[in-house]
Design a protein around this ligand. Structure first.
Ligand code: HEC
Ligand code: HEC
Ligand code: HEC
Ligand code: HEC
Ligand code: HEC
Length: 224
């Protein structure tokens, strides 16, 4: 009796139990950890595209054009006020100035090629939402949301990069309490404006009322 039982136990090596539990543990861990890891990864700057500027066909520098030369955002991205799209300026806009300044610069060779060949410059997109998300620039810009709130200090960027996460959570954080992010309409393109801290809350509420700003949180607001 005793011998037989002993023999049977020996059919399964002593470490079998441990292997079994280690395997169960690994599977359980994978089930729990994998989605969590994916969610964390999906929210990290690397996955959202935040922070890294794409390689552009021309080294166009917002610091020189906006800060040093004082050209306003509207001059090149006027669509933001009137339409869903801010737009990228046509080559002819560059040529307005560059037929006079830096005309022979090798850095502008691509501008000249594009102009004379009548082919657009192939700028790479920096900020891009998935197709199933509805977005509209003028809906924001005419309701007191400034460029800097969504694009950061473009005037200090040698190369434009995606400054904000552009995730659904990020959109909703502002949509839930838009009064915290509103500014007077004449400060929309002002990169440096901040409200007087002593009056910030009051001003936010005032702007929300005068501009008639709603809190858009229903799914159909952004998914239509
Ligand atoms: C002289 C023209 C000019 C002016 C002025 C200008 N931009 Fe631009 N902007 C461009 C060009 C050209 C690009 C495309 C190349 C690039 O991404 O760097 C661009 C790209 C951008 C992008 C990235 C677009 C994308 O693909 O997502 C943002 C955001 C932007 N500009 C914001 C601003 C803001 C804010 C201002 C004012 C503070 C401004 N720009 C002023 C010409 C201009
Ligand atoms: C309103 C006038 C104006 C417009 C429009 C303009 N530029 Fe310029 N750009 C300048 C001036 C002035 C400089 C001289 C550089 C400086 O300020 O340091 C310059 C310099 C440059 C340079 C040299 C490198 C640098 O940034 O210093 C490049 C490249 C350039 N511009 C590309 C462009 C492109 C591409 C466009 C069109 C999207 C454009 N510019 C539109 C005025 C303009
Ligand atoms: C509420 C946030 C928000 C505000 C405010 C905003 N943008 Fe944008 N912008 C975005 C998003 C998001 C995209 C990407 C849109 C897409 O992929 O459809 C974008 C794209 C752009 C582009 C690329 C071309 C295009 O039209 O898609 C430019 C240029 C730009 N913005 C400039 C500006 C300027 C200039 C202002 C201020 C006058 C401004 N934006 C205000 C969020 C914003
Ligand atoms: C910093 C604040 C802020 C951020 C960030 C922001 N929004 Fe908005 N959004 C607003 C305000 C304010 C309005 C105007 C509400 C109104 O029309 O009364 C608005 C309006 C809209 C509307 C128009 C709704 C309608 O029915 O006209 C859409 C669509 C929208 N936002 C999408 C987005 C998306 C998508 C994102 C993220 C990529 C985003 N917004 C990020 C503040 C913001
Ligand atoms: C203010 C704009 C806005 C509103 C309101 C909104 N979404 Fe989104 N949603 C986005 C943006 C931007 C993305 C893409 C970026 C991302 O995935 O975070 C997105 C992505 C998604 C995705 C893709 C999966 C994911 O998480 O990446 C689903 C599903 C979704 N939304 C469902 C909903 C539902 C359901 C509601 C209503 C409860 C809703 N959304 C309301 C802006 C919005």
């Amino acid at each position: 009796m005793h011998r037989a039982a002993h023999f049977r136990v020996n059919l399964f090596p002593a470490y079998a139990n441990q292997v079994y539990w280690v395997a169960i543990g690994a599977v359980a861990a994978a089930i729990v950890v994998t989605p969590v890891a994916l969610i964390v990864w999906a929210r990290m700057p690397y996955a959202t595209g935040q922070g890294e500027p794409p390689e552009q066909p021309i080294k166009f520098d917002h610091r020189h054009h906006v800060r040093d030369d004082g050209i306003s955002c509207e001059y090149c991205h006027g669509g933001a006020e009137r339409s869903p799209f801010a737009g990228i300026p046509a080559t002819s806009v560059c040529v307005n100035c560059h037929s006079q300044v830096w005309t022979a610069s090798p850095e502008l060779a691509e501008v000249r090629r594009s102009y004379f060949a009548n082919e657009p410059i192939r700028w790479r997109r920096v900020n891009a939402l998935p197709d199933f998300v509805f977005f509209n620039h003028s809906a924001h810009v005419t309701k007191g949301v400034g460029c800097v709130s969504c694009h950061g200090r473009v005037d200090t960027m040698g190369q434009v990069y995606q400054a904000m996460p552009l995730t659904m959570r990020w959109c909703l954080e502002c949509h839930r309490e838009p009064e915290k992010h509103l500014r007077p309409l004449d400060k929309i393109t002002d990169m440096e404006w901040t409200p007087d801290p002593a009056r910030a809350k009051e001003l936010g509420r005032e702007l929300r009322t005068t501009l008639g700003v709603r809190s858009v949180v229903e799914c159909s607001g952004c998914h239509r």
